[in-house]
Design a protein around this ligand. Structure first.
Ligand code: GLP
Length: 216
């Protein structure tokens, strides 16, 4: 796993956006797997800037979000549909029909990803306990898209789904993430720490700011 330590959240976001930019430039119909959460907001801001500067074109890009809450309407501000529309989709020229979110039909989601040619880049955040998407500690490294209770019902891609991506970019900023980042890089590769499996991926990059890298 390549590790890039940057000064702050802004630099982290810029680096991540440039990696996404390169993927789309090389392959205009790139397939992206996207995360939500606070970490991604500055990344999406950078992508919007690149779009407004006519540097990036989303017209052929497809996206598959990593996770979503079950049983809440898409227009609920807590939903990840809402988050994505607000923070990215409504502000760039992506076609809404090319954007996807997991549902109770996990197998169909996996099939749709496969039909699109597979994920070119998976953009991941990390939880303080090392979770990725909604794969909490104890999730199988082979897991696929499914519904889980954490304790509320959510839909999430699996760790197996994430590992199939051609490229993975994991982002973390702030001291709150320092332990999870330390364990991901220096600890055992174990299902107790979902992100640790990313070390086995052939093309995974970790971009962390100084605070999140504090224990490395
Ligand atoms: C949630 C999401 C994850 C996200 C994580 C970190 O659990 N399901 O996909 O990566 O939180 O969120 P934040 O970036 O707000 O710290």
């Amino acid at each position: 796993m390549e590790i890039i330590i940057v000064r702050n959240k802004k630099e982290m976001a810029k680096k991540a956006a440039l990696i996404i930019f390169d993927v789309i430039k090389t392959k205009p119909n790139a397939v992206l797997e996207l995360a939500t959460g606070k970490t991604m907001i500055p990344v999406y801001k950078e992508l919007i800037k690149l779009y407004k500067g006519k540097k990036i074109d989303f017209s052929q890009v497809s996206t598959f979000n990593l996770d979503e809450f079950a049983h809440i309407p898409f227009n609920n501000p807590k939903s990840y549909h809402y988050y994505m529309s607000k923070n990215l989709f409504n502000k760039v020229n992506i076609k809404k029909y090319n954007t996807h979110f997991p549902t109770a039909k996990g197998k169909e989601y996996e099939n749709e990803i496969a039909k699109s040619g597979g994920i070119d880049l998976s953009l991941l955040g990390i939880g303080e306990n090392g979770h990725i998407a909604f794969n909490e500690p104890g999730s199988s490294f082979k897991s696929k898209t499914r519904e889980v209770k954490i304790p509320r019902d959510v839909y999430t891609v699996g760790i197996g789904t994430i590992m199939k991506a051609k490229k993975i970019v994991l982002l973390a900023s702030g001291v709150r993430k320092a332990n999870a980042i330390h364990d991901t890089i220096k600890g055992l590769i174990t299902e107790k720490l979902p992100a640790s499996i990313l070390r086995k991926h052939k093309n995974a990059i970790l971009i962390v700011d100084k605070k999140a890298a504090k224990r490395l």
